[in-house]
Design a protein around this ligand. Structure first.
Ligand SMILES: Cc1ncc(C[n+]2csc(CCOP(=O)(O)OP(=O)(O)O)c2C)c(N)n1
Ligand code: SF4
Length: 277
């Protein structure tokens, strides 16, 4: 697993829940045998997107809100690649919100791991689309007047074919769900509840475990039931929905691989990148 770690020390606040998310990702990538030839990791902009600097694979730190179009480009150029996106609730549901809906709707074979910390962390705690109603933030000093977006409901109603939710500090559960999400053929979304310990109400973070309960779902193909479960509070963690449907790239590429297979060899990829470092 050490080989997956870069020399950079994560620039996150001490005790940030993202450290737990990163551990789960390291474990999943290690167990699934990912290296430079079979996985690309795309990050958005935010504390969450910084993860691209901490994983020793080919990664791209994109523009704010745009990790999904970049991921789509990779997947269409080379559908044999595993393409994983990691970003925050602001990046994916605010500035990148329409990309989220349309990428899910097209059932593109990507895995999106959203670090849901309920605020904009990097820019110092502004309100985000998942901030709870009444939350006091730097931009809502008298409390958030809006109702939050429910990321699990949004993914389900947008057409995602694998939808799950976990809690950052349950590293093993997150690890297992990440593996399942990556193995799923189609758009998979995992909302990792990762409260920001610096800008989210501190008492909430300490008590967060009381706000979750396990979802022992047996009816994974029942969309109305999954949507109903997604609205429950305390939050359910587990897999809400999982169905098999043709992916966008299967439909448009019909088995054609635009990038020739010899380019997938490790040494050749390295040669290709000489000059771009
Ligand atoms: C086009 C553009 N608008 C705004 C910003 C400033 N900005 C950087 S990160 C960010 C929000 C980050 O919040 P989130 O996606 O929830 O990630 P977190 O830092 O909480 O992990 C914003 C507004 C930017 N970099 N680019
Ligand atoms: S601001 Fe919040 S999300 Fe960002 S590193 Fe600090 S604790 Fe983590």
């Amino acid at each position: 697993m050490k080989q997956l770690q870069t020399e950079k020390k994560p620039q996150w606040c001490p005790g940030c829940t993202y450290f737990a998310d990163l551990q789960a990702i390291y474990k999943a990538f290690h167990e699934m045998g990912f290296d430079e030839t079979n996985l690309v990791l795309i990050g958005g902009i935010g504390c969450s997107g910084r993860i691209t600097s901490y994983i020793n694979l080919y990664t791209i730190h994109t523009l704010h809100g745009r990790p999904l179009p970049v991921a789509l480009g990779f997947k269409l150029a080379n559908p044999t690649l595993n393409v994983v996106v990691v970003s925050g609730d602001g990046d994916l549901l605010s500035i990148g919100g329409t990309h989220f809906i349309h990428t899910a709707r097209k059932n593109i074979d990507l895995t999106v791991l959203m670090f849901d910390n309920f605020v904009y962390g990097l820019t110092k705690g502004q309100v985000s689309p998942t901030s709870p109603h009444n939350l006091v933030t730097s931009t809502t000093p008298r409390g958030n007047v809006d109702e939050p977006v429910n990321p699990v409901s949004l993914a389900l109603t947008s057409g995602a074919t694998f939808v799950a939710q976990t809690f950052a500090l349950d590293v093993n559960k997150t690890f297992n769900i990440i593996k399942e999400a990556i193995r799923h053929r189609g758009f998979s979304f995992v909302n990792i509840l990762s409260p920001c310990i610096t800008y989210y109400r501190a008492e909430d973070v300490k008590n967060f475990r009381n706000k979750i309960r396990d979802l022992e779902e047996q009816y994974l193909q029942d969309l109305p039931r999954a949507i109903y479960n997604s609205t429950s509070y305390p939050y359910y963690t587990g897999v809400f929905y999982k169905v098999d449907k043709p992916t966008f790239e299967e439909k448009v590429l019909n088995g054609h691989i635009p990038i020739k297979s010899e380019l997938l060899q490790k040494e050749k990829i390295k040669n290709l990148l000489v000059g771009y470092s």
